[in-house]
Design a protein around this ligand. Sequence first.
Ligand SMILES: [Zn+2]
Length: 320
Amino acid sequence: MSRFAGWLGPLKLIILALVACVGLAPAAAQDKRIALSFDDIPRHPGGFMTPDERTIALIEGLREAGVGQAAFFVTTGNLDQDYGRNGEARIRAYVEAGHVIGNHSHSHGWLWNGDTAAYIADLDRAEAWLAGRPGKRPWYRFPYLDEGRDTARRDALRAALRARGLANGYVTVDNFDWAIDDLARQAIADKRAIDLRALADFYAETIVRTADFNDRIARETLGHSPIHVLLLHETDLNALFIPDVVAALQADGWQIVTIDEAYRDPIAQLEPDTLYLGGGRVAALAAAAGRNPDSLVYERTDEAELARLFEERVIVKDAR
Ligand SMILES: [Zn+2]
């Protein structure tokens, strides 16, 4: 007893100090972690390349950026479209490159204004196509992030997913990557000159700032930074610029993690008690905690603002 008494006291103090340090250490900038997810697979074409070329470029871009595993959420009805031809092979190519697939419905409908039973039958149809495929994960990504605007629909879907062993494939960083892709597609169709370097910078900057905006809200709401899930789409811009986006995130202190790791975060188990669900999980948790939803939308999550910035920064001005 006396043999240990001499150093037990100081040792206990050191242990307590260590515990206190770990417990109180503020989440540092390098603690920001994020996984990537892509929606609407196989998606309609953009302005730069064919869907087949896009898949090859996106896989290569993710490899170059060191993204080992992203999620690709499949809208199975798109396979019946012209642009969905060969879509099954493209989905297989993503999985063979190390990525995983989830359910993004068959018809990409809104939940808030439709028949709930028909909506559930539609996601079952997609689930039947996806079942047993390599890389399949039990995740459902709500089209338009629409989880219902009334408690009856919201709770019916929460119960339906649970009954099917599906989890909500939520995002925490909602953004309008699709709108920037659309601005580029329209500029090309209108034969307007665009500065590709400026486009890459504008796009990557928008993603980084939107991620930081949501991370600030998460820290203010939860007291720490959860593992984030970035919403993206299968666009030409992502095929062209995903290494730029990842490099910009890393330069800002973000670490890219796998989507499997992201959905192991404790916030994956939460069902926010709010109807403000269309802006992603962090915004929903903040709204459930009493924050004004108006303060939860980043300024660039807005088509008019993106169009203004695109015109200003990406369109090449006539030098004559
Ligand atoms: Zn979608």
